[in-house]
Design a binder for this molecule. Structure first.
Ligand SMILES: C[S@@+](CC[C@H](N)C(=O)[O-])C[C@H]1O[C@@H](n2cnc3c(N)ncnc32)[C@H](O)[C@@H]1O
Length: 234
């Protein structure tokens, strides 16, 4: 859609993060409510969900897609023997490398999701995959290709945790003062990304060969009313 036709705003994480202070790790990935950084209680709920969703064991090697600046990722480092985080934002990855990388075992790489899964030459090193608050920025075709590649090429991956997905059936509760168009809800370049219903996401994952378990965060998690999480297994 051309700029002229579009009636809603788009958003770019890399450009946004560059406007934040170098150590404003929460602001850089918009982990804020009305501009105020998320509190420890909310962050704690996210960390608990990631821990439960991944069930990491000491021998696990974790791949994270759309890892952002690595501020959340590093909380998982002590629970796995290896880690690679990839993100399309060169700036956010540079922040991750500067502050959180623990080479040679726990590293970050600037690359888009679909290019990465196509080009990875040692996919069998990974046993689990995380994608938190990031999957909704993959267009449908890329999302399908990534899930299929994780199933067929990343043969040792037995569990994937995909978190913080916007639920299209709940979009009206989020957009209280206006009704977004179907195009906006399906546009991965908006600030929220693509809104998918639970059945739509389940169909996407099932088409790639995955079994799916969906869950909702506790009601004390502020975005719980319009988000859901997914664990994929073989
Ligand atoms: C809301 S942030 C989440 C970052 C991190 N997972 C977290 O929870 O802190 C969304 C991230 O998705 C990344 N992203 C968007 N499109 C992407 C793509 N095609 N491939 C890889 N990363 C992408 C953005 O650069 C951004 O870092």
């Amino acid at each position: 859609m051309s700029e002229k036709q579009r009636t809603y705003s788009t958003f770019n994480y890399d450009a946004h993060a560059r406007t934040c202070a170098p150590e404003d790790f929460l602001g850089q990935v918009r982990r804020t409510v009305n501009g105020v950084p998320l509190g420890d209680d909310q962050l704690g709920l996210i960390k608990q969900a990631m821990a439960a969703g991944l069930s990491l064991e000491p021998d696990d090697v974790l791949l994270e897609l759309a890892c952002g600046n690595g501020a959340l990722s590093q909380c998982l480092f002590a629970s796995c023997k290896g880690y690679l985080g990839i993100d399309v934002s060169e700036y956010l990855v540079s922040v991750a490398q500067q502050h959180f990388e623990r080479a040679p075992t726990h590293r970050f790489l600037a690359q888009g999701g679909v290019a990465y899964v196509r080009e990875e030459t040692e996919p069998a090193r990974f046993s689990k995959v995380l994608c938190y608050a990031g999957f909704q920025y993959f267009p449908d075709g890329e999302a399908a290709e990534i899930l299929a590649a994780l199933h067929t090429k990343f043969t040792r991956v037995g569990r994937i945790f995909i978190g913080n997905l916007p639920d299209k059936d709940q979009a009206a509760k989020f957009y209280r003062d206006r009704t977004p168009s179907a195009e906006e809800l399906a546009d991965p370049t908006t600030a929220v990304g693509i809104w998918r219903t639970r059945p739509e996401f389940s169909a996407l994952a099932a088409a790639a060969g995955w079994k799916i378990t969906l869950s909702t965060m506790p009601p004390t998690f502020q975005p719980a009313y319009y988000r859901y999480d997914a664990v994929l297994s073989r």
